[in-house]
Design a protein. Structure first.
Length: 340
């Protein structure tokens, strides 16, 4: 067991021995020529899982999101999303940089917006206004503390999009956490969105990679954009093999991360220096630290127990559960928090 217990992010996981074995024995080829059997398999497998036509393997979730926005918009168009969206907050202004599009931010509920808010944010046909063309949702919401959408709300948003000729994209970096928590089937999501981005390198534990899903025409365009973004890779099948392994073996176990997350949140709740804890739905805890501790002092106190957590604002700390956090580590963490 590693000597550090790292809750800063679910991106810190390392490949397991079995995943490394799958990578080591992968069949590979030049993917820019479309000749990497492992990448082709991963793209087809993921698309089939969601009942979508095609997939595109990319190095990061930032790239899959940015490619989707680029394909769905023209310069000067407007994208509707929640003010806490990863595509807005954490992708380096890529909506402007890559697509020349403007953004209409909605103040949602823990990263989730409603069909009514979307309807109210669509620009009228007016020569002064940017043309609204895309709505982007995030499920689970990262900055919203791992909050999940209900399928009913997404369906209502989809109807507003259809009535107004808007495309609907999903940043599903943690979509599998949402599917496990809400007991929904991937196929349901495939029917609701024009494009979906999923990350293999978060809770699923692959070292690298995201897959963008959509129909054939969309993915054909996306493949060209991936090339111009510098994301055309060659024998990346070694990475795709890790993704295939993750989809086969690391999805169901997310339920365990969710249980661990609840256990730690329950322990935090009892401490006088912990203020509001965002409702825990999946593998993320975002909580206020007050009184005897500041977030920075709490981070340092945990560091003494070789536990890494992250201060994400002057008042808040975030902890994220993942594949490399074992039950014993959770117990050690709970003991450390109780002793503070
Ligand atoms: C991590 C993440 C991404 C993609 O991040 P990369 O580091 O570029 O892979 C996208 N959206 C959300 C919500 C995320 O948490």
């Amino acid at each position: 067991m590693p000597s550090i217990i790292d809750y800063r992010s679910d991106t810190v996981t390392r490949p397991t021995p079995a995943m490394l074995e799958a990578m080591f024995t992968a069949k590979v080829g030049d993917d820019v020529f479309g000749e990497d059997p492992s990448i082709n398999e991963l793209e087809q497998k993921t698309a089939a899982l969601f009942g979508m036509e095609a997939g595109l393997f990319c190095p990061s979730g930032t790239m899959t999101n940015q490619i989707a926005i680029k394909v769905h918009t023209q310069p000067g168009d407007e994208v509707i999303c929640d003010a806490l969206s990863h595509i807005y907050l954490y992708e380096v202004g890529g909506i402007a940089f890559n697509s020349g599009a403007s953004v209409r931010l909605i103040q949602g509920n823990r990263g989730r917006i409603t069909a009514q808010q979307v309807a109210e944010s669509i620009n009228p046909s007016d020569v002064h206004k940017p043309v609204t063309t895309l709505v982007s949702l995030e499920n689970t919401s990262n900055r919203g503390g791992g909050a999940c959408y209900s399928v009913e709300e997404i369906y209502a948003i989809k109807r507003v999009c259809e009535q107004n000729q808007l495309k609907l994209h999903l940043d599903g970096a943690r979509l599998f956490n949402a599917l496990i928590a809400t007991n929904e089937a991937p196929i349901t999501y495939g029917l609701l969105f024009n494009s979906i981005s999923i990350c293999l390198s978060k809770g699923l534990g692959a070292p690298v990679g995201s897959v963008l899903l959509g129909n054939q025409t969309f993915i054909q365009k996306a493949r060209r954009i991936r090339k111009v973004f510098g994301g055309g890779m060659r024998q990346a099948g070694y990475l795709a093999a890790a993704g295939i392994y993750a989809l086969d073996y690391h999805v169901k176990r997310l339920a365990q991360d969710h249980e661990h997350t609840k256990a730690i949140a329950e322990c935090l709740q009892k401490k006088d220096f912990v203020g509001q804890i965002m409702p825990v739905e999946t593998n993320i805890i975002i909580f206020e630290v007050k009184g005897r501790f500041t977030p920075k002092a709490f981070v340092e106190a945990m560091e003494k127990h070789h536990i890494k957590v992250m201060a994400i604002s002057p008042t808040q700390v975030r902890m994220v559960l993942h594949l490399d956090i074992h039950p014993l580590m959770v117990q050690l963490t709970i003991d450390a928090i109780e002793a503070l």
